[in-house]
Ligand binder design. Structure first.
Ligand code: PMP
Length: 290
């Protein structure tokens, strides 16, 4: 859609503006250095899902880069809710980005900038997702990202390249591989289910983003007596797995049924994946209905 036809209201530094008037400076360090961090919260029934956890991760990302929160938490959440209200967003995503702000171009952090805070909504069906029925196909690509993937920065060129390679190959997404082991998906965490029904996903470290959905899905799995192992797994192990799936805020849990053209399990969404998707969605709906 042309930006000028965009009817959304966008938040920029305290103002709620029509999309076409929402601007930041060319000297913004987010633009010049990808010197900024972001969060995406899913929205169901007009309310944000797991937003407290997203705000905590935002604080953690900002601390890692010696940036302050742009607003007090209560003010930030109030602004998020006001933006949802002004856009009448019932289902979709709320994107939030904080950059270090505007300064003349120089690599080291300038001391005295005021951070830039931008937020916008994206309307999207989340509960109804054809990929939940069909399953996703993924390709593997080399993980060429930097070494602090736990900081959720807006430096997203490597995952853009991975998604572009997937699109060119006719696949739905890409899994990133480092030294033979899957780190995560281009914008999601990656899992397999072994022959003896153990859910395996890579352990937390600087090598992956600490997914908010990942934490909840692993908790729900354990609470429902499913076995979980947090360890690295190879691409070969994934291709031979009984099931494979991904998690992220806007996809919840989605089955992966092909990796590099190889069929996973019987080629249909796996039973544990379906169960985890349902458990997560039930939890999310209960939380927004609170
Ligand atoms: N890993 C990466 C690289 C991501 O970009 C994302 C989504 N932002 C995730 C994992 C999933 O994180 P979350 O569940 O918090 O959306």
């Amino acid at each position: 859609m042309l930006l000028t036809n965009d009817t959304r209201i966008v938040y920029v530094n305290g103002q709620y503006l029509p999309a076409a008037e929402a601007m930041v400076s060319v000297f913004d360090r987010g633009f010049l250095f990808a010197d900024g961090v972001y969060e995406v919260s899913s929205v169901l029934e007009g309310r944000m899902v797991e937003n407290d956890a997203h705000i905590r991760r935002l604080q953690r990302s900002l601390e890692a880069l010696e940036m302050a929160m742009p607003l007090a938490v209560a003010e930030l959440v109030a602004a998020q809710q006001e933006l949802l209200r002004r856009n009448n967003l019932k289902e979709g995503a709320l994107y939030l980005q904080v950059t270090r702000g505007v300064a003349d171009r120089d690599f080291a952090y300038p001391g005295d900038t005021r951070s830039t805070l931008v937020m916008f909504t994206q309307a999207k069906k989340l509960l109804e997702n054809p990929l939940a029925e069909r399953g996703m196909s993924v390709i593997s690509v080399a993980d060429i990202r930097w070494k602090r993937r736990d900081i959720k920065t807006v430096g997203l060129l490597a995952p853009s390249m991975a998604k572009q390679a997937a699109a060119k190959a006719g696949a739905d997404d890409a899994w990133l591989v480092e030294a033979g082991f899957v780190t995560e998906g281009s914008s999601n965490n990656a899992y397999i289910v072994t022959d003896d029904n153990v859910i395996v996903t890579r352990q937390l470290s600087h090598a992956i983003l600490h997914g908010i959905t990942r934490a909840s899905v692993l908790r729900l799995a354990t609470e429902n007596d499913l076995r979980v192992e947090e360890r690295p797994f190879t691409l070969e192990e994934a291709c031979a797995a009984r099931e494979a799936f991904i998690t992220s805020a806007t996809t919840f849990a989605l089955p992966v049924v092909r990796i590099d053209g190889q069929v996973i399990g019987d080629g249909r969404p796996g039973e544990l994946t379906r169960k985890l998707r349902k458990l997560y969605i039930d939890m999310a709906l209960a939380s927004v209905r609170g």
